[in-house]
Design a protein around this ligand. Structure first.
Ligand code: NAD
Ligand code: MG
Length: 384
């Protein structure tokens, strides 16, 4: 499990721990939270625990002293962990750092449960192409994509007319647009419905998360960009809908609990009982829907631009977004500056690098990612 100490990772471990005898846990990876990592590795008797930070090695090693858990540290050790032959792997690292472990895990024809949307946005064709070449299965763990996947079971893609993914609207959905420029990282870090890691929560407030998910939908389900719609749905109970050519909409309805999407991918192709809340719809009473406001959420237009450009535009977009988010969290740029930085980086790289037509290889993706972060950082000083 990659990113085992994060929000998705912990939800996955909750499911595994409830039926621990059924699983043989090979590797757990995490970051600075080595106390949690050691605790879980001990409890589940994992073969290997890896932190991505070399400086955390000794602490992790001493926390696991007296156990049989092997300990390693650093990005290369995370990729090595992915080289272990396993039946099922969870990619739940946040950011582009999830790409290499995910790609590596596919070499064994494993089933990869993919929460790390950044790897699809950055290098969807590379990842899915590798899965195909090695007979591996990639299952979506993002709730919207799990919902689409489930709505498509037994259906013919040729009958699909549109795919609708819902968005809560995030932390600032009721703020006056004029106030958004002053929003702080603390204010952006609380989600009305979901309990998630800080980065994806801020991306929900800006709708960069939804922009990523639109691109993720295009990459994963191979539908054209004009078939994908975003709908603001404040209750976060319908996660996605698929519209068919007879006018039918198949909606996936469930509580905002990631253990549903994770559990579906864990047990697929079976459905097994999951410890999630059962919705009482009579009590909920009504569900609401609204078109997203383009002025409030400029990230959505950027997603359209990225899909039209294609090629390495997704890698530029993701890296620029990650760099802009770092800048916002550090207090270097404002909330609305993030979309300006991403736009400016796409402008600069599309004019300079032949971004649209380049071959998508791991090297070209990593180099594009590196360069986009540099350009995005430079864009901080040119904000208007
Ligand atoms: P999180 O911040 O809670 O956890 C991230 C995990 O990745 C941690 O284990 C951390 O140690 C590890 N990590 C961070 N940087 C790393 C690096 N450079 N190398 C290796 N490991 C690193 O994040 P999260 O909210 O659990 O999200 C994880 C992924 O799942 C993201 O791609 C996110 O977009 C996606 N996702 C999350 C949710 C959710 O409910 N949290 C829902 C849908 C999709
Ligand atoms: Mg999602």
């Amino acid at each position: 499990m990659f990113g085992a100490t994060g929000s998705v990772g912990q939800s996955a471990l909750d499911l595994v721990a409830r039926d621990a005898d059924a699983y043989d846990v090979v590797a757990l990876t995490g970051g600075r939270n080595v106390v949690q990592l050691a605790k879980d590795a001990r409890a589940l008797n994992a073969d290997l625990a890896v932190t991505c930070h070399p400086e955390c090695y000794h602490e992790l090693k001493s926390l696991l002293a007296g156990t049989n858990v092997e300990v390693a540290a650093g990005p290369a050790a995370i990729a090595d962990a992915a080289a272990h032959q396993v039946d099922w792997a969870l990619s739940a690292i946040v950011g582009a750092a999830g790409l290499v472990p995910g790609l590596t895990a596919l070499s064994h024809g494993t089933t990869l449960a993919l929460a790390n949307k950044e790897s699809l946005v950055t290098a969807g064709r590379l990842l899915l192409g590798k899965a195909k070449a090695y007979g591996a299965t990639v299952l979506p763990v993002d709730s919207e994509h799990s919902a689409i996947f489930q709505a498509l079971v037994g259906e013919d893609m040729a009958a699909v007319e549109r795919v609708i993914i819902t968005a809560s609207g995030g932390a600032f959905r009721d703020w006056p647009v004029e106030k958004l420029a002053t929003a702080t990282p603390a204010e952006a870090s609380s989600h009305p419905n979901w309990n998630m890691g800080q980065r994806i929560t801020i991306d929900s407030a800006s709708m960069f998360n939804k922009a990523m998910e639109v691109i993720e939908t295009k990459e994963f389900f191979d539908v054209s960009s004009d078939m994908i719609e975003v709908l603001v749905h404040r209750e976060s109970l319908i996660h996605a809908m698929v519209g068919f050519n007879d006018g039918a909409l198949m909606a996936h309805v469930g509580p905002p609990d990631m253990r549903h999407a994770i559990g579906y991918a864990l047990h697929w192709p079976e459905r097994k009982a999951l410890p999630v809340e059962r919705l009482d719809l009579a009590n909920i009473g009504s569900l609401t829907f609204q078109a997203p406001d383009a002025a409030r959420y400029p990230a959505l237009a950027i997603a359209t631009r990225v899909m039209e450009q294609g090629g390495l535009a997704g890698a530029v977009f993701n890296a620029a977004k990650e760099r802009a988010l770092d800048g916002f969290i550090a207090g270097d740029i404002g909330f609305l500056d993030m979309s300006q930085v991403v736009d400016a980086t796409l402008d600069k790289m599309s004019s300079q690098t032949g971004m649209q037509n380049a071959d998508i290889t791991l090297d070209s993706v990593l180099e594009t990612d590196r360069l986009a972060r540099v350009y995005a950082g430079e864009a901080f000083s040119n904000l208007g």
